[in-house]
Design a protein around this ligand. Structure first.
Ligand SMILES: [Zn+2]
Ligand SMILES: [Zn+2]
Length: 137
């Protein structure tokens, strides 16, 4: 979503855009986004500051760092972004700002759940779904 500063009014205006996740370039080794990303923004301007209340809905495809399981997890986030923009002809790239916020929230390792039991070092079973078959001492 691109917003030209001189089209923004002092009263909030709503803009909605749905784009495919692939266009957002959000992939990394542990995280990928799949399906559509729905961005809904209320945009207003006071003096030279553009305020963007952004609601973003998405589906993230994560690979659990512990059990290596891949899961799709829907999510929704709300961000308030302030852009100081004295140049009325400037164009704000909202996707880039939201993308930055989203990626900042991810730790370097993502887990399918905090309670994930992981994979047994001995037998290689996924302990979330299977029992360990290692010989007990
Ligand atoms: Zn896991
Ligand atoms: Zn085992």
């Amino acid at each position: 979503m691109q917003i030209r500063v001189d089209t923004v009014k002092s009263t909030p205006c709503c803009v909605k855009e749905t784009t495919h996740a692939a266009a957002w370039d959000m992939s990394s080794s542990y995280l990928d986004f799949t399906g559509s990303i729905i961005l809904e923004c209320a945009v207003s301007k006071a003096d030279d500051v553009v305020t963007i209340n952004a609601d973003v809905g998405y589906t993230e495809k994560i690979t659990c760092a512990r059990c290596l399981r891949e899961i799709d997890r829907p999510g929704k986030k709300t961000y308030t972004l302030y852009v100081n923009s004295p140049d009325p002809a400037a164009v704000i790239d909202v996707n880039a700002l939201v993308r930055e916020e989203l990626l900042l929230e991810y730790p370097l390792k993502t887990l399918c759940s905090q309670a994930c039991k992981g994979i047994c070092n001995g037998c290689g079973r996924n302990l979330n779904t299977e029992a360990c078959v290692c010989a007990k001492p």
